[in-house]
Design a protein around this ligand. Structure first.
Ligand code: GDP
Ligand code: MG
Length: 202
């Protein structure tokens, strides 16, 4: 049996800078107001092992991020630290371990139709400098590849959000046990997902 589109889930992690900037409420509000439902939530300081495993859940991610980073060095007219995408990917993983273990994070699972795509749209693109105004990364932070690569650190972009449904399906069990995810309903789902709008008039 295929599940209903409203059952799609995605992982969101408010990164340490999101908490330091006092943006927890602002970030949650944006996912909540579109109609997504929070089904899991916790705050803790992740270990380096957990972060490394998280970014290596997709075997292609390291090479892709390495290629993307090499292109961003070339665009700036700078020499990349290596021409091998895997080596540059390893460098990005090391930066991410330092960044993501520097303080508490808040991990959440949001549920609803097109949850993965809508959360990414609300979150905005990876580099805050080029993220659209109106997105969280575009509205609340000023980082760039130029500044982050120059300082040998990860881009500070407030949030991690799963990039695809298969990515979400691997990431959620990495961050949450099944008993930590709560199945429940909220009244507004009756309007968001109702097919015929019957039962409104008395
Ligand atoms: P996301 O899905 O938009 O978070 O982006 P990715 O999955 O491609 O990368 C994961 C995280 O690594 C990003 O959110 C950034 O914090 C960091 N990052 C990615 N690419 C680069 C890069 O080229 N340079 C630096 N300094 N950080 C990067
Ligand atoms: Mg990603």
């Amino acid at each position: 049996m295929t599940s209903h589109p409203k059952d799609e889930r995605t992982l969101v992690v408010v990164k340490p800078d999101g908490i330091q900037r006092a943006l927890i409420g602002e970030i949650m509000k944006r996912y909540e107001r579109i109609g997504l439902k929070l089904v899991a939530l916790k705050m803790f300081v992740p270990t380096e092992k957990m972060i490394e495993e998280h970014y290596l859940l997709d075997p292609r991610w390291k090479k892709n991020v390495g290629e993307k980073a090499i292109q961003s060095y070339i665009r700036k007219g700078e020499e990349p630290p290596s021409s091998d995408p895997i080596e540059v990917g390893n460098l990005v993983v090391e930066r991410l371990k330092r960044y993501m273990t520097s303080g508490p994070v808040i991990a959440m699972v949001w549920e609803g139709a097109h949850a993965v795509e809508l959360v990414r749209k609300i979150t905005g693109s990876t580099e805050p400098r080029s993220a659209e105004i109106g997105t969280i990364r575009g509205d609340f932070v000023v980082d760039s590849y130029q500044m982050a690569d120059g300082a040998d650190r990860a881009i500070r972009n407030l949030i991690h959000a799963s990039g695809s449904v298969p990515e979400a399906n691997k990431e959620i069990p990495h961050w949450f046990g099944p008993e930590e995810i709560i199945a429940y309903s909220v009244p507004h789902e009756a309007i968001l997902y109702d097919v015929d709008m019957k039962g409104i008039l008395g």
